[in-house]
Design a protein around this ligand. Sequence first.
Ligand code: FAD
Length: 484
Amino acid sequence: MSTLASGHAADRASSGSSPDPSLGLALAELAGRIGGQVLLPGTGAYTAAATPWNVAVASSPVAVVAVADAADVQAAVRFADAHDLDVVVQATGHGALAHTRPSLLVHTGRLDEITIDPVARRARVGAGVRWQQVLDAAAEHGLGALAGSAPHVGVVGYLTGGGLSPVARTFGYGSDLVTAFDVVTGDGELRRASATENPALFWALRGGKGALGVVTAVEFELLDVARIYGGCLYFDGADAERIVSAWKTWSATLPEQASTSVAVLRLPPLPAVPPPLAGRCTVAVRFAWVGDPSEGERTIDPIRGLAPVVFGGLDVLPFPALGMIHSDPVDPMPVHEQSVLLRELPDTAVRTLLARTGPQADCPQVIVELRLLGGALAREPRQPSAVCHRDAAYSLLTIGIAAPPVVEATARHAGELMAAMEPWSGGIATPNFGATSDPALVARRYDPATLSRLVTLSASYDPRVRMAASHPVRAAAGLVQTRP
Ligand SMILES: Cc1cc2nc3c(=O)[nH]c(=O)nc-3n(C[C@H](O)[C@H](O)[C@H](O)COP(=O)(O)OP(=O)(O)OC[C@H]3O[C@@H](n4cnc5c(N)ncnc54)[C@H](O)[C@@H]3O)c2cc1C
């Protein structure tokens, strides 16, 4: 059953809301031959589907195709090609990209397949599935999945950017466990990508985000873990210097069973925020331990004793409760994110960071977070991928509100902080944090050889540059090549 959400596509096109007057008729024709829906501007369904989780990112595609299966994705990509539209792909909009060219938005929310093979310890999920759904389905078989800190993030968007989990040091990047993708590449072909089928495409999709095509389903290994020990200890912001300095020294000694991050928080006084954390500066130490809980408890003990804990705690957690460790925001909001990777964190770097983000600083960010990398993240996966900078030691991320009256101060502060941390970063970054279409920032995610190979593959699988996400990657390669 096909549907055109407004039923007035031709009228809408002739009223000038589309760049091409014949587009409305063509969209009506598209709606008649797909299983999903074509949603048009001016309808509630269009607004609901086009609006990303990060509501600060403007989204005004000429139409949304809410695809029902891979054939719909092919139809949408071919339609975009025939009408000179870019293809934007969105599952949840947590990593929405600003895009100015006329585009068709492929919304994957209806691709909701979840198949768990408990014997092979594998999952196959559709591109519209979020991590919490996988965590819950895997837990029915006593298994875990390498989800990120926010389980309402989409599985495919996360895995195509690497995927940094709260248990990442034990298991590596989420994409390291991927075994196959089904993908409609920018040329409109449905392909399978794995170690043995289209291996170059398989390499590129793990780290290359949506630059080569629209993934319709992904298959990956599950974890033989039903429980972890973990949680978060919150301290008063006044203790920031002591906590962050001690965290730095302590975390450098941790085995791979432990993953941890530290964050300076300025959470707003909203009903969803626990009163001890609301409207003040606090410091959070997040910790996850895969293995004997008592060993995990002993490992975090030195941190627990540093200062009074004002909120939070650690316990044995069922794996689907992974999201409790960071307690990331759930509801859509206007977000400004910026991120770099750090190669090292000497004392001067900690001082530089806290001078701009500590309790005395005029810091507009809601969250400033350092995640410890290393461990399994530093190892190349069995099947090499486009995920770069595995030797980075930390990721630094700022999250602020991208709305008046703080939007400008937030962006300026984040830029100044990242510039101040440049001596310890060398300008490297990871694809999932700080969604951006800025080629200069995209270039930081890859080493030159990887970027060059991504562009070669993009030219082969998306020769007419239909994928919106391929533009900044191609432009980034130009920047790298023209560097002195
Ligand atoms: C609160 C919060 C917490 C986060 N925590 C973590 C974390 O712990 N670890 C981590 O690694 N990341 C984390 N992220 C970043 C997140 O992984 C990325 O923003 C990711 O891109 C979100 O994917 P999505 O599908 O939910 O978002 P969307 O905005 O729908 O997609 C983002 C991008 O992913 C790509 N993409 C999505 N679907 C497809 C598809 N079917 N085919 C091809 N490309 C596709 C596209 O490039 C798209 O532009 C977090 C983000 C937020 C907002």
